[in-house]
Design a protein around this ligand. Structure first.
Ligand code: ADP
Ligand code: ZN
Ligand code: ZN
Length: 730
């Protein structure tokens, strides 16, 4: 470790993993690299912090403690990534120590060495090779082990599993007959080669790939292509160029478990090392993958949102697939948007960024319209697939059977008879979203939340989907004692059993959080769905993301009316994306598809626009509306949240925060207002919205206000947080 002693000590500034903006000053014999980890005393603990540079203005009145150890010789990240992290802490106004910790693998956060795991082999020494085996006659265990080690060196793991004893190993080491030898993994520079032949591109794809390849300056591209238009093929061919030059590609996907097909295509196409940063990795595996990326041993790095913080020595391109997807936004702690950071990282690294979606976010569409992004449109489905036919089904005053109208049941029947697959989409799991007393109207509600319990029939439980609390299904009404308790509304569990009754000869597969809890079960279900073992598919949101079900010819959305009247200004955009994405699951191969939308509001402007004119027309009108109301992307929002077991306390905290913002024409402060779900898990939740026209002004205000808030004792007693560019108001 590089802790050379110098004659004089210097003061350094350290970012610590504490929820405070300030940096801490420590003494150090020599100046560590900026971005290097240091271990320092903090109170009566030792913490791992990051060196932010020399303290050029140390307070002479404060007695600084010395750094206990310097853990890295150099910055933990690459230069461009470091600049991004420093920028992000400022932009999101989040304590720098927490931001930096978030961007490190767990083992590095805990102070482990930033190196590969070395494996220890046991080998015979010179003496061990020549000694007479018979001399160990009285220690048969040792004799056997020594004989084995003469044949080949072994790992400790081998020794245990081969039934040698560790005490025999120790004895042989003590006698200098055996020695432990450390091995580093063998890392070689990869050579680019293509395994599978690329497809012949259609003209739109070819133009897109050519545009990316021909660019003089790296920039951001919006690959705006309808479902099945071959966006992935565009990524693959654009990547090939980058990989050929020996540079790395970083790919962000919404959820690794949900995109096995895409991943398989990457692996099949390129014969280069790929690392995947998925949630099943152990801490050790994650660190090794991180090092592979950082040192350039991995050619392709694939991960979910936090992978945006993976350092890559020779980064050549960043791809964000499904850029509209909400999972790219971190909603807890350090709240960032991985897509936005990807664009900035591309700028810092001077590499192109590809944002792909069939339903781009309004933010990205606006950027494309303003020519900040190059807009590459793929309007045709690759291969022969035709665009699906869209149908609005007015269910006003129609009898419903588990949410299914008679006309829809007929359509399903017809498709099944043709040996086709049908996908029914209902974004509510469980049997029924509420349990109601038929005699007096009493509703079983969660005491900790403002929400009814969901009835789960198979395990006879009432579950709250907001706080996770659950109880056995009651048999009697709480208020009137009646035993006539009935489920109200329909969830996927009920839909599944009703379908089984209606179509007994056609197996049903349900895919939701309840049926995919077991590890690997989601992948299995998705494969079964694709293999058309199940003519009837029922699913929640999970099924809306990038899967190909080539035999599905009918897709129906059973109930989306809630989104039409939501208090969340993004609800319409989300419905548009959901409808278009789900519709894209239908008729992907040679069979034409139909998409049915059941609604009680067939004349609703939004539904009409979406179904008749398509997502882009709808998005353009939504953008006009946002501009009129100065909502994002035209206005810049910052959302303060506070919650407490006392409503007044949460509200008062936000009032205090509100008072710190200046009253001026170009700043709007709204609230405190109750969150869309006012009470959750026993806590009352309030929000305060700060809105500015200019992003720079917002940053400036927050930079000024946040350090003041940190000083206020009355805010220390309340749980509050700041969300810059919030996505969620529930
Ligand atoms: P997207 O990512 O836009 O939904 P994909 O890249 O998954 O679309 O492509 C959809 C299907 O079309 C895939 O089966 C893919 O192999 C096929 N495909 C893509 N591009 C071409 C092409 N140029 N020629 C033939 N088939 C193609
Ligand atoms: Zn009752
Ligand atoms: Zn609850």
């Amino acid at each position: 470790m590089p802790t050379e002693s110098h004659a004089s000590t210097s003061a350094i500034r350290v970012a610590l993993p504490v929820p405070l903006f300030r940096l801490y000053s420590y003494d150090c014999d020599s100046l560590p690299a900026i971005g290097a980890r240091v271990r320092v005393p903090f109170g009566n603990r030792q913490l791992i912090g990051i060196c932010m540079g020399p303290d050029t203005d140390p307070d002479p009145a404060i007695k600084r403690k010395p750094v206990s150890a310097v853990l890295d010789e150099a910055n933990c990240w690459t230069e461009p990534l470091w600049r991004l992290l420093v920028w992000a802490a400022d932009y999101y106004q989040h304590p720098p120590g927490e931001v930096l910790q978030h961007a490190l693998p767990a083992l590095l956060r805990q102070g482990d060495a930033a190196g590969y795991q070395t494996t220890v082999h046991y080998e015979v020494t010179e003496q061990g090779r020549t000694v007479e085996l018979d001399s160990l006659k009285r220690a048969p265990q040792q004799q056997r082990l020594l004989a084995a080690l003469r044949r080949q060196s072994l790992l400790r793991r081998d020794i245990v599993s081969e039934d040698y004893s560790l005490s025999a190993l120790k004895a042989l080491q003590d006698k200098d007959l055996v020695a432990a030898v450390e091995h580093q993994p063998d890392l070689q520079q990869w050579q680019f080669s293509i395994d599978a032949e690329p497809l012949t591109l259609n003209p739109e794809q070819a133009m897109a790939v050519a545009a990316i390849g021909a660019a003089k300056q790296p920039q951001t591209y919006l690959i705006d292509g309808v479902t099945g238009s071959g966006k992935t093929e565009v990524y693959l061919q654009a990547m090939a160029d980058v990989l050929r030059r020996g540079r790395q590609v970083l790919v962000l996907v919404p959820e690794i478990g949900l995109t096995p097909q895409t991943l398989r295509r990457f692996k099949k196409r390129f014969n280069v090392p790929i690392v995947m940063l998925h949630s099943a990795l152990t801490d050790r595996e994650r660190l090794d993958a991180w090092l592979d990326a950082k040192q350039g041993h991995a050619a392709i790095v694939i991960g979910t949102r936090s992978a945006i913080f993976t350092p890559c020595q020779r980064l050549g391109m960043i791809i964000v697939d499904e850029e509209h997807d909400n999972s790219l936004k971190q909603q807890e702690g350090f709240r960032y948007h991985a897509r936005d950071l990807a664009v900035l990282r591309g700028h810092e690294e001077q590499v192109p960024v590809l944002l792909g979606s069939a339903t781009p976010s309004l933010e990205s569409l606006n950027n494309a319209m303003q020519k900040r992004y190059a807009w590459l449109r793929l309007t045709k489905r690759a291969g022969n697939a035709k665009k699906a036919q869209h149908v609005i089904l007015d269910i006003k005053s129609l009898p419903l059977k588990a949410g299914l109208s008679q006309p829809l049941i007929k359509l399903i029947q017809a498709e099944l008879e043709q040996q086709n697959q049908v996908l029914l989409f209902l974004n509510r799991r469980g049997y029924a979203p509420a349990l109601l007393c038929h005699e007096c109207g009493w509703l079983a509600t969660c005491e900790r939340c403002d929400a009814p319990y969901t009835l789960h029939q198979h395990n006879r439980l009432l579950q709250c989907h907001h706080c996770g609390s659950q109880q056995r299904v009651q048999t009697q009404c709480h208020d009137c004692g009646s035993t006539q308790l009935v489920g109200r509304g329909v969830g996927t569990e009920q839909l599944e059993s009703t379908l089984a009754e209606l179509f007994p000869e056609y197996p049903v597969l349900r895919i939701d959080r309840d049926t995919t809890r077991r590890k690997g079960s989601l992948q299995q279900h998705l494969e079964d769905a694709r293999d058309s073992k199940y003519p009837l598919l029922v699913g929640t949101q999970m099924l809306a993301k990038g899967h190909h079900f080539p035999n599905v010819t009918l897709v129906a959305l059973l109930d989306v009316d809630g989104a039409l009247f939501s208090a969340d200004f993004r609800a319409a955009e989300r419905l548009g994306q959901l409808f278009t994405q789900v519709a894209g699951r239908s008729g992907r191969a040679s069979k034409p598809g139909t998409v049915v939308l059941q609604t009680h509001h067939p004349d609703h402007e939004l539904i009409q626009d979406l179904v008749n004119n398509g997502y882009h027309h709808f998005a353009a009108s939504a953008l006009t509306e946002r501009e009129l109301t100065q909502l994002p992307p035209y206005g810049q929002m910052a959302l303060f949240r506070a919650d407490d077991i006392q409503a007044d306390t949460a509200m008062a905290a936000l009032q205090t925060i509100a008072r710190h913002f200046p009253q001026r024409d170009d700043v709007t402060v709204l609230g405190p207002l109750p969150a869309i779900m006012e009470k959750r898990a026993g806590r009352y939740r309030y929000q305060l919205i700060v809105q500015c026209h200019q992003r720079a002004l917002r940053t400036q205000l927050l930079r000024h206000v946040l350090p003041q808030l940190e000083q206020l004792p009355e805010l220390r007693r309340v749980r509050w947080s700041l969300d810059v560019d919030p996505q969620d108001f529930t």
